[in-house]
Design a protein. Structure first.
Length: 52
């Protein structure tokens, strides 16, 4: 439901048009909260490649 309108999406459309954007929005919110609390986060923390 989007307000009073029923929305039907295929799985692919849901993942591509809603879930991915929602994921990246929340990822950026976590980043901002962590940075505001003084936690050092770099690109290596996001992409998963170890830079040792």
């Amino acid at each position: 439901m989007a307000g009073s309108v029923k929305v039907s999406l295929t799985t692919s459309a849901f993942l591509n048009n809603f879930a991915r954007a929602n994921f990246f929005f929340h990822l950026s919110v976590v980043y901002v909260i962590a940075r505001s609390r003084g936690i050092s986060i770099t690109k290596g923390d996001y992409d998963g490649f170890p830079f040792e």
